[in-house]
Design a protein around this ligand. Structure first.
Ligand SMILES: [Fe+2]
Length: 945
């Protein structure tokens, strides 16, 4: 479906395509030229044969072309060596190790590519600025240094001096890319170049380095070092210099001796010292608890407990920002300004532009009903279903920003953008895909049931393994543990085709269990205005055609000092009153499911749980570590989107609290879910399915699992993706870790894992289920789990949000009113329900403001960015030059393309009744690739929106 709205076509450049280097080193074989990157590419640059003929500029064109593609990684061709002997080394200003040997070396040219992203930071590099530009003009803005992989003296550990040169700007291509060049005279004794140090000596201007190419003076490429990183201004001193390592990854124990200190120092810089407030140009990764969601200085009602670091509220850690404490709550961090993220975690300006424009568009749409009501009453419900439909049909006239009332406090950042945004005054929401397919699907029980298997929260459904259903909560506090859903009730709904005991034995009963998670919060939430809460259990029967039939819903209010327990079982009925009650009970369960989805399946298990992996990886795994190379694409933008979420979505008084049933207790609930449910080993898809009884281990079956429901679209497609990730990761791990000792002895890897367990997820550090990383197999499984969660798990719960939740009657985020039959019965409410049940249902639904705000946010969060990088996509082909790694990635990519076809085939096959049928939205959330926008498919590498 199209989602163009006000999104401007991007004028930013396309992706930088990362070249693949081959393993051959033809030039090096041809002549005894100095082999830069020798250590980095020893297996690819064998000693030259004495019988080889000299390679010169007159060699056949195809040989030269190969070299330009980077075939001769690290090895300077003889032509370069010979030419350097004839070219004076005038431009090299550095301390070459041995001037007398320089004449025997070669001239090397470094070409730094500095990318300009949308939004025009290039303007900062143009003659509009005085001081930095003068430095630029005289060639004193960018200093590069070549670092040898070898030591000067192995006994003393003394390093060779670097070779330095200032770089000059030489090209400015189409307003998109700046090119700087520096020349170096490299003595033959220098050895392999293992890294380049960069100093940005401008006073104010950050520089985004795409890559640095090293080539001979004739332009024959030696290698290209991937950077993709910002370098802060004034980074000329030793503490500020950035190191970019050559692309070949090394385990710590295999690090070339000349690079050891650089490897160590770079990690120390990224860890920081744990003190002070972070500034936007920092590159420091540190931990903190979730203590920045509250705003007690603004309003006592906006005080919130600290999440993380306590037994009461365990939680993963977030990135430390170091802001001062609030005045009124010393344990709460103040929330001024934008939330810090390390510089390279920020959105590209292309993504930022898309995000901002879409955000503005969405929020503008969201505020319209409030403005049009003229009352700006956030509690006003929809007067009719007709008005709901009109929202999609007519578009909406935008109000002036001044009329936005309370929304200012909910989305201040977004409203700032609104004020700055010119443009159209009428905006539209696209009709969500499920409504396009079947406008009335939200009313049908079979669609309710189907979405537990093929919707956006496929992580909630579980097998009923014992009957009667029982709570694990304390009956003294919460009332009887045994459910009111009896065998009689279920057997009647099953048409007496079998007994409940038989159905349990045959694995035919399933449930959504939102009882124990929500029940402890029922009374607290009910003290809030305009919302309510129950604990709920919903039971389904697996029919012989493989679909689920909805049997019964139990809603429970626990006892309190002033009230006894109340609970009631609702069932489908031919009685009109009971039928309306059934419809209302379903809306309550849908609101529970919406809360569980957003707070647990989505936020907690992907966005929130992944951030500690990112922090630990950056603090403990060098950027030359192979596992860092593997994981880096799966961390893209996660910290930035999480920082945005902390400022506007999950914050006190933010969008989640304003629009979901739990209100101010929303984040406490996600902490309760973390305490009860989260365990690393169960985040792997197969383990998750087994834990919920949706599969059992079976070595004879595909994926090693026998599914309890054969047609479970999320599991069917997800397991294809899981296996593809696993095969790729296993191949990658086997390349670098030949045996258990190599895993156990990897000091950086073990430090990474220790920090994940004891700091990032430190509130779970004593759990016995944490796997040890002690063999290639356990390492591959843990890495597969991390990649799965960051990519496919997130995609499964994220990119269908607008399709399934945009039309809110299908997934109301909140149920605002009690069941009219709840005791003690409110006679007036009961009379109103009997008189106009349609109105009673609409009053239970979200208010106009809540509904449209959720629609806006879901639209925003369901959209792929134009610069999206997809799982197994060619944008993230590994740069390292190993044949096996590249071949394995090629297979991974090909398999994902194949899976696309398999999924399409399944969606066309009528035997899969949970994904193919009249008016049914096909299940595409596990299709790997997508176009930009809201498409309901596509698996990005990372949790990035
Ligand atoms: Fe997300």
């Amino acid at each position: 479906m199209s989602q163009p709205h006000l999104i401007k076509p991007s004028s930013s450049p396309s992706h930088t395509i990362i070249p693949i280097v081959s393993t051959s080193c033809t030039a090096a074989r041809s002549t005894p030229a100095p082999c830069f990157f020798r250590a980095a590419a020893s297996s690819f640059c064998p000693p030259p044969s004495s019988s080889s003929s000299l390679l010169s500029l007159s060699r056949p064109p195809h040989r030269r072309a190969r070299a330009r593609r980077g075939d001769a990684i690290g090895c300077v061709p003889s032509s370069a060596a010979r030419s350097s002997e004839t070219v004076p080394s005038s431009s090299s200003s550095g301390s070459a190790a041995d001037p007398s040997s320089a004449m025997a070396g070669v001239r090397v040219r470094a070409t730094a590519t500095i990318k300009v992203t949308a939004g025009g930071f290039l303007n900062d590099l143009r003659p509009s600025r005085v001081i930095d530009n003068i430095k630029d003009l005289v060639g004193r803005s960018l200093n590069l240094e070549l670092v040898s992989s070898d030591l000067l003296d192995a006994k003393t550990g003394k390093e060779k001096p670097t070779i330095r040169s200032y770089a000059h700007q030489v090209a400015d291509n189409d307003d998109e890319v700046l090119t700087y060049q520096a020349d170096f005279d490299v003595p033959a004794s220098f050895g392999a170049v293992g890294a380049v140090l960069v100093s940005n000596e401008q006073q104010r201007t950050e520089m985004f380095f795409v890559d640095i190419k090293l080539s001979s003076s004739e332009g024959v490429e030696i290698t290209t070092i991937r950077c993709n990183s910002w370098v802060a201004p004034n980074s000329g001193d030793d503490a500020g210099k950035r190191v970019f390592f050559a692309n070949k990854p090394y385990l710590p124990s295999q690090t070339p001796a000349g690079l050891l200190s650089y490897r160590k120092k770079d990690l120390e810089q990224k860890r920081g010292n744990g003190r002070g407030q972070r500034k936007s140009t920092d590159r420091i990764y540190d931990y903190d608890v979730y203590n920045d969601l509250a705003n007690p200085d603004s309003n006592a009602d906006l005080a919130r407990p600290v999440l993380g670091g306590s037994k009461q509220f365990p939680y993963p850690r977030r990135c430390r920002t170091g802001r001062p404490a609030t005045k009124n709550e010393p344990k709460t961090e103040s929330r001024g300004g934008d939330n810090y993220v390390p510089r390279d975690e920020a959105f590209s300006e292309e993504k930022l532009l898309q995000f901002s424009v879409t955000t503005v568009q969405s929020v503008l749409s969201a505020v319209v009903p409030a403005a049009q009501s003229a009352l700006i009453d956030p509690n006003l419900g929809f007067p009719s279903f007709f008005v709901i439909d009109k929202l999609f049909e007519d578009g909406v006239k935008l109000p002036p920003a001044e009329q936005l009332g309370f929304l200012r406090s909910v989305v201040p950042r977004l409203l700032q953008l609104l004020r700055d945004s010119p443009g159209d005054q009428v905006l539209l929401f696209d009709l969500p895909a499920n409504v396009q397919k079947d406008k009335f699907s939200w009313l049908r029980d079979e669609e309710f049931a189907r979405e537990t298997l093929a919707g956006i929260n496929p992580y909630a459904i579980e097998l009923v393994r014992e009957f009667p259903l029982k709570s694990k909560l304390d009956p003294a506090v919460y009332g009887p543990a045994e459910s009111a859903i009896t065998a009689d009730v279920l057997e009647k709904q099953m048409g007496h085709v079998m007994t409940v005991a038989e159905a349990v034995k045959q694995k035919r009963l399933f449930m959504l269990d939102f009882h124990d998670l929500f029940l402890p919060y029922v009374h607290k939430i009910r003290e809030l205005k305009h919302t309510t809460m129950y604990g709920s259990r919903t039971v389904f029967f697996l029919t012989s055609d493989g679909t689920l039939r909805l049997l019964a819903i139990e809603l429970t209010r626990p006892k309190s000092p002033s009230q006894p327990q109340w609970r009631r079982v609702f069932t489908p009925s031919t009685d009109t009153t009971e039928s309306w009650l059934w419809r209302m009970a379903k809306s309550h369960v849908r609101a529970h499911d919406a809360g569980h989805h957003e707070l647990v399946s989505h936020w907690l298990r992907t966005h929130c749980a992944v951030e500690p992996y990112i922090l630990a990886a950056n603090r403990q795994l060098s950027e030359m570590h192979p596992v860092f190379h593997l994981l880096r694409p799966h961390f893209r933008y996660t910290m930035r989107i999480n920082a945005m979420a902390r400022s506007a979505l999950i914050s006190a008084g933010g969008i989640i609290e304003t629009t979901f049933s739990p209100g101010r207790y929303a984040m406490e609930l996600s902490s309760a879910a973390y305490a009860k449910l989260w365990r690393f080993d169960a985040e792997a898809l197969p383990a998750d399915l087994v834990r919920r009884g949706m599969a059992e281990l079976d070595p004879e079956s595909q994926h090693g699992l026998k599914l309890t429901i054969q047609d479970y679209p999320f599991a069917n497609d997800g397991l294809l993706i899981w296996d593809a990730i696993q095969n790729w990761v296993q191949a990658y791990v086997s390349k670098f870790y030949p045996d258990a000792a190599s895993v156990a002895g990897d000091v950086e890897l073990q430090a990474f894992w220790t920090e994940v367990r004891t700091v990032g997820h430190g509130d779970k550090k004593d759990e016995t289920w944490w796997p040890a990383l002690d063999t290639p197999a356990t390492l591959a499984h843990a890495l597969t789990t991390i990649v799965w969660v960051a990519s496919a798990h997130h995609a499964a719960v994220n990119f269908g949000q607008y399709d399934f939740g945009g039309y809110f009657p299908n997934r109301p985020s909140i149920a605002r009113t009690k069941m009219p039959v709840e005791e003690p019965v409110d006679a007036a409410a009961m009379a109103a329900f009997l008189d106009n049940p349609d109105q009673a249902l609409r009053e239970c639904f979200p208010s106009q403001v809540q509904a449209t705000l959720v629609m806006a946010v879901l639209n925003l969060l369901s959209a792929h960015s134009p610069d999206e990088e997809y799982l197994g996509g060619m944008e993230t082909v590994p740069w390292n030059d190993d044949e096996r790694v590249r071949a394995a990635y090629g297979e991974f990519h090909a398999r994902l393309k194949e899976i696309e076809g398999i999924i399409d085939g399944r969606n066309r096959d009528r035997k899969f009744r949970n994904r193919c049928g009249a008016g049914m939205l096909p299940y595409q959330l596990m299709k790997p690739f997508s176009q930009p926008g809201v498409t309901g498919k596509g698996i990005p590498n990372s949790t990035s929106i």
